[in-house]
Design a protein around this ligand. Structure first.
Ligand SMILES: [Zn+2]
Length: 182
C-alpha cells in the first residue's frame, strides 16, 4: 500500500468505462488506501481508481477537510442550478479551465465494506463528485468544456511537458497482478 503513479492524459485507462465493484474484500480496502494516500500526496481534491490504473468504480475525495470514498456511485442532480469555476485534473498536471457543473448533487453507493453510503454535495464537493464519476465513465473534464475552452485545452496539452509521456497498461481489477485486459 503506497502512493501510486498517477496516469496522465493519453493513457487508455482514462477513457474506458470502469467496472463495478463486486467484491468488498481486503484488496478493495487496499485500493481505497492507495487512492487516499495518492490523492493526499498529490495533493488533489479527488482521485478516481482509473487514475492509478485500476479500472474499477471507486473514487476518493478530500473536500473541506472531509476525506472519504465511494464505490459504485450513482449521481442524481438536485435542482437545476449550475456552477462556474476553474477545474483541473491530476491527470492533466498544471492545467485548469472554466468548467460548468451542477451546483448540487447527491451520490449514493457503497463504502469499502459494502455498506450503503449517501453523499450530499454542493459547490466544491458537487464538482468533485461529478468530475470523479465522469472518470469512472471514461469521461474527462476537457470533454465538458465549451468549444473555445476545449480548443485552448488541447493546445495547452500539446505544449505540456508531460504530453506523450504516459505508458499504457490497464488493470481491470486489483486482484490481477500484472494482468492486462484491454
Ligand atoms: Zn481528474
Amino acid at each position: 500500500m503506497s502512493v501510486q503513479a498517477i496516469r496522465l492524459f493519453g493513457d487508455p485507462v482514462l477513457t474506458m468505462p470502469a467496472e463495478p465493484v463486486t467484491t468488498f474484500d481486503k484488496e478493495l480496502r487496499g485500493l481505497v488506501k492507495d487512492l487516499t494516500e495518492t490523492m493526499l500526496d498529490a495533493p488533489g481534491a479527488g482521485l478516481a481508481a482509473p487514475q492509478i490504473g485500476v479500472s474499477l468504480r471507486v473514487f476518493t475525495y478530500d473536500v473541506e477537510e472531509e476525506v472519504g470514498h465511494l464505490c459504485n456511485p450513482v449521481v442524481s442532480v438536485v435542482g437545476d442550478e449550475d456552477q462556474e469555476g476553474d477545474e483541473g485534473c491530476l491527470s492533466f498536471p498544471g492545467l485548469s479551465f472554466p468548467t460548468t457543473r451542477k451546483q448540487h448533487v447527491i451520490a449514493t453507493g457503497m463504502n469499502m465494506h459494502g455498506e450503503p453510503v449517501t453523499i450530499d454535495g454542493s459547490e466544491l464537493l458537487a464538482r468533485c463528485i461529478q468530475h470523479a464519476v465522469d472518470h469512472l465513465d471514461g469521461i474527462l473534464f476537457i470533454d465538458r468544456l465549451d468549444a473555445e475552452q476545449r480548443k485552448a485545452a488541447m493546445r495547452a496539452i500539446r505544449e505540456a511537458e508531460w504530453s506523450g509521456l504516459s505508458v499504457p497498461a490497464v488493470k481491470v481489477s486489483p486482484h490481477l497482478t500484472g494482468g492486462l485486459a484491454l
